[in-house]
Design a protein around this ligand. Structure first.
Ligand code: SF4
Length: 396
């Protein structure tokens, strides 16, 4: 299990699954998401003598499990999970059972697969493809699946029902394009975001390029809808991580400079539309615009396949604090000037919802609108991962 770290540092002791031996036997836990009441629970548990081995919010669940009063494992897990708040897809493994749980809001995706006589659980369906497991279905918000060693399976809904609020940003950036989540294929959805963006923000241009890799399907959709040819004008170095996801400041600092390179022959003398999925701090977009211009582009028009990201996410996507998000304190015109683009257009919130479809789903879109579906304790500005500091780019 590779956990995308949003709480606790990216250090070896925080590697998942967490495995413990306790009075009831051995258990391993893997977690995708982020708990919003982790600090309060940790302080409470420590006051009663718990000693934490890691800095992950997931370890809190183990401690809650150890102090639960119920007798059966399933009931103990339910008792523990009733105390946590936020986003969680969890997998518990004992010597005889595997138990998967998706939180009642269903922020993150979780799916069930079958491999021979065994059951497989993964956040995204692309993981099932890798091991040639058959996709069975998505696990529902608030559902607990208990897989027994005899191959039997049980579905329970032990939590109070709430209206699900799956994360719409999974479609914009986070999920892999070859995955099927919340009832839809991610690639096709991303392409539709690009088509809608072209309808909302057309510009006369010669070529459409993407900020790879996450911007590629939207750029293809934009090109199809606008009739402007799509080219791979920026080539990504696949041996470095995604800038946004890279938590170590030093590596992130280095990554921006080495991860992209323009194809001069495609850009020289051209009016270029650059498609990206989001603008976080603005520093990366600024470098990309300068890079494209430096490669000879006559005009650079930035188009973003989501609305401005003005609020931090507390449910498992590692966005920085509000003051670090450029659109929380700047108008679109100011951002356009800062990133030195000739024009800038963001997909509208209505356009995003329309492109994703699934009209009956009440998606979480708090990072765009600030309307958080699960309240979190004060202080509002919870600690986040290390932040990127602006550097002097070779394109300045
Ligand atoms: S705040 Fe944004 S990124 Fe976080 S769960 Fe909601 S939609 Fe997703």
């Amino acid at each position: 299990h590779v956990r995308y770290s949003t709480a606790g540092a990216s250090v070896e002791k925080n590697v998942q699954p967490i495995m413990v031996d306790y009075s009831r036997g051995s258990i391993a836990v893997a977690h995708n998401g982020n708990l919003v009441n982790a600090q309060l629970l940790k302080a409470e548990l420590e006051a009663y003598g718990s000693i934490f081995q890691t800095t992950m919010d997931t370890e809190i669940i183990i401690h809650l499990l150890a102090v639960a009063r119920q007798t059966s494992l399933v009931d103990r897990i339910v008792e523990a999970l009733k105390r946590i708040k936020g986003a969680y897809c969890l997998l518990f493994l004992t010597e005889s059972r595997m138990i998967a749980v998706r939180d009642p809001n269903g922020f993150r995706p979780l799916c069930l697969g079958k491999l021979g006589n065994g059951w497989v659980v993964a956040s995204e369906s692309c993981a099932l493809d890798l091991i040639e497991a058959e996709f069975v279905r998505e696990i529902e918000p608030g559902e607990m699946i208990v897989c027994n060693s005899d191959g039997g399976i049980e579905s329970l809904f032990p939590f109070k029902k709430v209206e699900p609020t799956p994360c719409i940003f999974e479609f914009v950036y986070f999920a892999r394009p070859d995955s099927y989540i919340f009832g839809k294929n991610v690639y096709m959805t991303r392409k539709e975001l690009g088509r809608q963006l072209a309808r909302e923000y057309h510009v006369d241009a010669d070529v459409v390029i993407a900020v790879p890799d996450s911007g590629v399907p939207a750029a293809m959709g934009y090109a199809e809808e606008s009739g402007i040819p799509f080219e791979l004008g920026l080539i990504r170095n696949h041996y470095v991580g995604r800038t946004f996801i890279e938590p170590a400041q030093a590596i992130r600092h280095f990554g921006v400079k080495i991860k992209l390179n323009p194809v001069r022959e495609l850009l020289e003398g051209k009016r270029v539309v650059v498609i990206d999925d989001s603008i976080v701090r603005g520093t990366t977009s600024r470098k990309i615009v300068k890079m494209v211009r430096h490669a000879g582009a006559k005009e650079v028009h930035m188009r973003i396949s989501s609305p401005p990201t003005s609020y931090p996410c507390y449910y498992g996507i590692d966005t920085p604090n509000r003051k670090e998000l450029i659109s929380s304190s700047h108008t679109i015109e100011e951002i356009c000037r800062y990133i030195t683009a000739d024009s800038l257009g963001y997909l509208s919130e209505d356009g995003l919802l329309k492109s994703v479809g699934l009209g009956n789903t009440n998606f979480c879109k708090a990072c765009f609108a600030g309307d958080y579906p699960v309240a979190f304790p004060k202080p509002v500005e919870l600690p986040q991962m290390g932040l990127f500091e602006e550097e002097q780019s070779k394109y300045e």
